[in-house]
Design a protein around this ligand. Structure first.
Ligand code: ADP
Ligand code: MG
Length: 373
């Protein structure tokens, strides 16, 4: 495949607010922008239609929330999750706060719906492959025997018991010592969903939260009087700097992409990226990027990861099982697969698709038997 370059959306690659330029009577509409560094990425918060002071206060609330979640949920820096992981490994119960308990339940439900392809309990495998550090891992793949041993231990979210405590929070026990939590596959989505709630509670009706191209929108987009021109979000080309398509967002929607092009290492010419197939314990190899458009940010994030693992044959069944309607995948050869709902929402970018496009209708969902919340 040729390397493709694209000027059109490159400047606003992740996000181009169509309404951003609207002016009325020469007065710039109120717009407040701030960028934070959390969850290993830059998170841009854009608030429209609120007075500066209020928008600044709402942004500060969100910044505080996201920084707290980042600390609490970190997969390898000491915090609530590493403490929980240590307890599980030692066969002890642990206590978590109410917010973390809710995310654990959500993770368990999403993992079950994804047939275990999204599996936040595989932290030990993610660590073994060297992804529990900020820098890309160096050296080759881990010892296959060590990988096989972790796979054989079957770490699963469905092995967690999460019992609410009268004073709030929950007591977590695990049926085995294998689960090691790593929220990396859906932390951004879960956190941005909470951030969107916090913004609404602060009276913000129109805003965008953009975590390095993973985007959650509130409201109709645009700005100031006469607002309502939708936010347009670009989907990155996994093979070159640029976009393959863009999507006009509707109120409350999230667009999340998982890819093999950001966190990976190469050994002997083979790319090993950070999405691990829990069945093999090895990085998922076939999908270059997977994008989900959904009204639920945590599900969008989790599903983007799960569909990458599922690959070109099984992804549509997994999407259906997770309740996702709009998804698009690009495999390593540039072949594009999309659901009809996603196809209808995407505008291809200037240079078009990187390969042939297959529109794949969703099969009927299987109903997995998941443990009670
Ligand atoms: P990104 O963080 O680039 O948006 P993802 O949402 O796909 O990408 O998250 C990838 C992260 O999820 C990995 O770094 C790891 O922490 C975790 N992870 C890897 N494989 C899985 C999996 N099969 N299920 C759940 N989480 C996973
Ligand atoms: Mg994800």
């Amino acid at each position: 495949m040729t390397r493709r370059r694209l000027g059109l959306l490159a400047a606003g690659l992740v996000l181009a607010a169509l309404g951003g330029g609207a002016l009325r009577g020469g007065i710039a509409p109120p717009e407040h922008r701030e960028t934070l560094y959390v969850f290993g990425t830059l998170v841009e918060i854009v608030i429209h239609g609120r007075p500066q002071a209020e928008a600044a206060r709402a942004t500060a609330d969100v910044a505080h929330l996201l920084e707290t979640l980042h600390r609490d949920w970190h997969a390898w820096r000491p915090g609530e999750i590493t403490a929980l992981n240590a307890a599980i490994a030692a066969g002890r119960p642990a206590q978590v706060d109410a917010r973390t308990a809710a995310v654990l339940r959500r993770g368990r439900e999403l993992s079950c719906a994804a047939g275990g392809l999204f599996e936040p309990a595989i932290g030990a495998l993610v660590g073994l492959w060297g992804f529990h550090q900020d820098a890309p891992p160096e050296g080759g793949p881990p010892d296959p025997a060590a990988v096989a041993a972790l796979v054989a231990a079957r770490p699963r979210m469905t092995d967690l018991r999460i019992e609410p405590l009268p004073e709030g929070g929950a007591r977590v026990t695990a049926a085995s010592r294998a689960p090691q939590l790593d929220f990396g596959g859906f932390a951004k989505g879960a956190a941005l969903a909470l951030a969107a709630e916090a913004l609404r509670a602060d009276g913000v009706e129109d805003a965008v939260l953009n975590a390095g191209g993973d985007v959650t929108v509130l409201g109709r987009g645009g700005s100031g009087p006469g607002a309502g021109r939708p936010w347009r979000v670009a989907i990155r080309d996994p093979f070159a700097w640029g976009a393959v398509a863009s999507v006009e967002m509707r109120p409350g929607e999230s667009l999340y992409t998982s890819g093999n092009y950001e966190r990976f290492f190469e050994a002997a010419g083979v790319r090993f990226a950070h999405i691990i197939d829990p069945r093999t314990g090895r990085p998922a190899a076939e999908i270059a990027s997977s994008t989900v458009l959904d009204t639920d940010a945590a599900r969008a994030d989790a599903a983007a990861t799960a569909l990458s693992v599922a690959g070109p044959e099984a992804w549509a069944q997994v999407a259906a099982d997770m309740g996702v309607e709009a998804a698009m995948l690009i495999d390593g050869r540039g072949r594009v697969f999309a659901t009809p709902a996603m196809m209808a929402r995407m505008t291809p970018a200037g240079e078009g698709w990187p390969g042939p496009v297959a529109v794949v209708p969703l099969p009927p969902a299987a109903t997995p038997v998941c443990p009670a919340p």
